[in-house]
Design a binder for this molecule. Structure first.
Ligand SMILES: Cc1cc2nc3c(=O)[nH]c(=O)nc-3n(C[C@H](O)[C@H](O)[C@H](O)COP(=O)(O)O)c2cc1C
Length: 221
């Protein structure tokens, strides 16, 4: 483990302070840290412990530039076209104006992040199973939390997926694989390790049966 750059964060504190970080510097990230982060990621769960995964590290500028071009195109088609509406609040997209601006920044600068990690699953290319991703996304979250322990920000992104075929060809991926995300990593230049905003836990927790909620303080129904 690269102890020199490691910041000890309690597990629960880390869970509560790892939002998406989209404003990243281009300061290099050492190989030692990349190894540590992936080594923590692969402690995550997979069905039957099959670990049919590969964690591809991308630093190459040409590769990043090509994929970033597709990413930006997809961002513009899906969100950029609604810029004015989202920023003025007339489009009720859950992203909201602040996240729109940070996601827009990332879409225009994703290639500047010094390292991307592309988690890849094997034997799933034609899968219709809606639970396919569960064999890697736990590990992906491990990766982002481990990065945070080194002061490195990340975002789980998927806007590249429209260009899956081209990306597979670019990276020489076998036919049976699927890229499950692109995670740009970098030292944050803006924002804080603040608590991710979510619906209240009481609202999304049901007890024993559908729609049965409890008050958190009193535990009463
Ligand atoms: C399946 C999935 C796809 C996502 N794709 C993108 C993406 O392409 N670009 C991006 O900036 N964020 C992407 N995100 C990040 C979400 O926007 C983010 O998790 C959400 O807004 C909560 O952000 P927070 O943890 O900072 O509060 C994706 C997240 C998931 C789970």
């Amino acid at each position: 483990m690269d102890k020199e750059h490691f910041e000890s964060v309690g597990l629960i504190d880390g869970l509560h302070s790892t939002p998406s970080r989209r404003y990243l510097s281009n300061k290099p990230i050492s190989d030692a840290i990349i190894w540590d982060i992936i080594d923590a990621a692969i402690r995550g769960p997979s069905g039957g412990n099959k670990q049919s995964w590969v964690w591809m590290v991308i630093r190459d500028k040409n590769t990043k530039t090509k994929i970033a071009h597709w990413y930006l195109e997809n961002w513009n088609k899906e969100y950029g076209v609604r810029r004015e509406e989202i920023l003025s609040g007339t489009d009720d997209d859950a992203l909201g104006p602040k996240n729109f601006l940070s996601a827009d920044h990332l879409a225009n600068h994703i290639h500047d992040a010094p390292v991307w990690i592309i988690p890849i699953l094997r034997d799933v290319a034609g899968s219709q199973d809606p639970r396919t991703g569960s064999s890697i996304y736990g590990a992906v979250q491990n990766l982002m939390l481990a990065a945070r322990a080194y002061g490195i920000g990340s975002t789980l992104t998927a806007l590249h997926s429209t260009n899956e075929t081209q990306i597979k060809s670019l990276l020489n991926l076998p036919d049976d694989t699927l890229t499950m995300a692109i995670i740009p990593l970098g030292y944050p230049v803006k924002g804080r390790w603040s608590q991710p905003k979510r619906k209240p836990v009481e609202e999304v927790t049901y007890w024993e049966s559908w729609n049965v909620k409890r008050d958190r303080a009193t535990h009463k129904l």
